[in-house]
Structures are given as C-alpha cells and as structure tokens.
Design a protein around this ligand. Sequence first.
Ligand code: MSP
Length: 526
Amino acid sequence: MPGESFYLCTPIFYVNDVPHIGHAYTEVASDLITRWHRQRGDDTWLLTGTDEHGQKILRTAVANDTSPKAWADKLVQEAWLPLLETINIANDDFIRTTDERHEKAVLIFLQKLYDDGFIYSGDYEGYYCVGCEEYKQLDDLMETPDGDYAGQLVCKIHGRPVEVLKETNYFFRMSDFEQPLLDLYQNRPDFIQPAGVRNEIISFVKQGLSDLSISRSSFDWGIKIPWDHSHVLYVWFDALLNYITAIGYGTDDENFARRWPAVQLVGKDIARFHAVIWPAMLMAAGLDVPKHVFGHGWLLVGGEKMSKSKLTGIAPEEITDTFGADAFRYYFMRAISFGQDGSFSWEDLSARYQAELANGFGNLASRVVAMVSRYYDGRIPEPGEYLEADLGIQKTVTDALATADAAIETFAIHEAIAAIWTIVEELNGYITLQEPWVLAKDPADRERLGTVLYTAAEGLRALAVLLSPVIPDSTEKLWAALGADSLGLVQEQLITEAAQWGQLPAGSRVTALEPLFPRIELLVAP
Ligand code: MSP
C-alpha cells in the first residue's frame, strides 16, 4: 500500500579492498528495488555502507604500513563512495562502523543484552577464518594435500589456513533462540528467500545452535565491550547492528519506529549471519526481526564465486567506462535470474547491449521522437479515435505494470524487467504494422497518424516511468525529449499510475534525442 515504510539495507562491505562487480551487483539490485518502491509512493529508505573493524581490515592496514582507520578512510573516499556514483545508486544514507553514531548505539544494545542476562563470560576453543571473519566447525574446513598450505586445515571458502583460538570471551546465548528461530521460519515462510537458501538455513539450525563468542581480546581494532575494555566486539556482531544504529536505535525512537523492520538483501554467502545470528540478536533485544532476508546468487568466474582474494574480481568501471551505468544495471538485472548464480561474459553483455538496449529500446525512442518532429513540427499530436491496435498497446502497458509490480514484490527483478520489455517489443511491432511513414503521405490519414504517434509517444512515456528504476539516466533523457517535464520529474512519477492513458499532453514539444545507447565499436573484451 502506498505510503508504507520500505526500508532496504545492503550488506556493509569490507574495506580491505576495492569493489568488484559482485559488490556492485548487490548495490544495483537494492537500488532498483528501492527506486521501484519509491515510485510506488512508499516511504522508502536505502542504507548501504562499510564494515571497517576486525582482523581482516587490521591486517590489511598493517600490511600497507598504515592504521586501520586511515586505511578505511582512504578506501571509503577513493573506492566505496565513488562506486555509488559509478553505478548510479540513490542511497539515502551511508554508514561506516567507525561512525560515532554507530559505536554509541552499539554500546547501548550490548549493555541491554548484558543487563538482561544474554551475555556471559566463557572459554572459547576452536577455529577462526579471518577471511570470513567467522568461527568455523570442522566440516567447514579441509586438509590440503599439496600447495603452500599442504597438510594444514584450510577454510573451504578462502582456501587459506584457519587460526586456532583459545581465549576467554564473552558469549551471546544464541542457543536460547534455536526454537524461536525455527518457529519464525515456519510461521513466516517468506522470511528467508529464495527457497534454496531457506532450506539450507532451516537444516543448519535444526542441527542445533551453540552460543556465539562475541568478543576478542588478542587485538584491539573494534568497539570496546562497555563493561570490559580489554575486549573488542566480534566484527559481525558489530556490523549487523548497523542496520538499526543507522536509523536511530537507542537515540531516535521516532525514526527507528518509522523505518524498522527492514528488508535485507545479501549475497547467499552471508545469509546465515542475517537469518540466524541477526534475528536472534534482535529477539534478545525485544525488537522486530527483519521483514525478509533475501540471499541472492553469485557472479561466477570460471564457475567459482568472483572474488578479489582469488584475483577474479572485475572492477565495475571496466564495464561502465565503455557501456555506461545504465547498461551495467540493465544487463546484470536482466540477464541473471535474481536468486540464482550467473556468469558474466563480455560477449553476452555486448550482444544484449546491441540487441535490447540499442536496437530494441534506443531505436524505438529515437524513431518516435524523430517522427513527431518531422510530421508534427515537434509537437505531440492529438489522438483521434483509438482502434484495436492502439487499445492493444494500452493493455500491454497495464499488464506489464501489474506483472512487474508483482514480480518486484517477490524479488524477481529479471521477471519484472522482462514484463516491462513486452512494451518495447509490442511498440516496435505496432510501428512496423501501422507504418506511420505511409500514413504521413496521405492527408486523409492525418488523424490516424496522430493517433498512432500519440500512442507510440504515450507508450514511451509509460516505459520511461517503469524503466526509471532500472536505467535512470536514459529514461531521464527520454523524458526530456518527449517534452514530459510538465508532468514533473520522471523519477517522481507514480508507477502505480503509469498505465493511466493520456498523461502526455498533446502539444508538448519534443526535442531531438541523441542515441540513448550509442553504437560501441570496441565490442571485444579489453
Ligand atoms: N562485511 C560483510 C557483510 C557485513 S553485513 C552486516 C561482507 N562484506 S563483503 O565485502 O565481503 O561483501 C559481501 C557482499 O558482497 C556479499 O554478501 C554479496 O552481497 C556481495 N558479493 C561479493 N562477491 C560477490 C559475487 N561474486 N557475486 C555476487 N555478490 C557478491 O561480507
């Protein structure tokens, strides 16, 4: 229902390295869904940010002869904030776990859990992977027969040796929440999505939950435990809290009540943290759990998750410098079923760019604008009586809107775009069949020509509104070229009203449209 709160959080990203297209993938999906809700009139908020404490960052900083804070500042300024520009993310906030507002609210949360008896001191003995920043069980590890780490236990994800910890730590009574979590998964089947991730998490929790070690005393890059400054908080406990500290937990009750609970979009690699530890923490604090935790798939390179540590990361600018931010956004959201893994290839990107964006959508826009210029002196014509073919376009728009809206509700982003794309296809077919260039030859067909071009322009108006969350730059250009500015900004048009026919005022002045997706000569991988 319009006006409802829609608060979406991305994971916060480690600043040990610069972003690759896997990180950008999460950002774009989050941004697209939030823009869609914003254009439905929901009370939206998009949060993203950086995860800056813990051993992984500390070690990177030391290796680079600097302090962890100086390292984080540099990476945030030079890499993570610029990423948002590169792929056109309209986030409302950017939180860093070194922000004072975060640290302050984390202390409030911790103290509450401690006072309420959910935290105790105990002995921890076990394995830890700094790459994952995670305590590991034996089945998370493997012994490598050869290579640099021959004979050692390595993390199955990072392929690097794990550390053996033996420390006195503070523990969170996570085991208390085993049954409440199972009840949550059962009572709210859409809490964890998609089904594959949900099943995996349910079977994990059914094996039994242990208490979680939440402090470390062997290094000091983290938030100090308020009642014992010789310990710092476990980096995941610290990081997960960003979702509530950023909206005023413990400091601004009104805003917190307005926004929380959130929709959490994460890669499936970290779904467990978000669907097990995080709701347990929230339950302990007497807070609502998230609305949904959606674990999306991975971008693969050579069949494996793209990652910097395996040197398979591709920088987003490598793609956007040539193809632009809109093509980046469109390609990844359209070509991969959201929730599934997907492989990136330059060939596939180039082919879709050419066929779908340049030839399918871009040409359609240019042709319609050019015909209005040529046949009506640059003014959108008045439509006459609508015939079946014209009404068919109106129905296509109505149906596409309904299908896309329902798809976004279930995170099926690729289906939403495919539904909207039926408008592109139908409009192209419509123009071919109606042959406005033939109608233009006979003054007796003047009214019919007006109806056809109005229908095409109005179809483009609807397309611009529906595609604005996907390709914000090009739809803005199209909007201006259609002379639709009198209706307000395209990104402020209500999606729910996009199919109401006749919004583009006859007489609006169109302006020349440069190709929205210009031909790219260099279509080979760099
Ligand atoms: N800092 C933690 C998250 C803390 S959230 C409280 C972390 N950071 S990360 O920098 O490693 O980024 C993780 C997220 O980046 C993944 O969950 C996923 O959303 C995205 N991706 C990283 N590599 C990816 C792919 N190869 N493919 C798709 N998404 C990827 O984990």
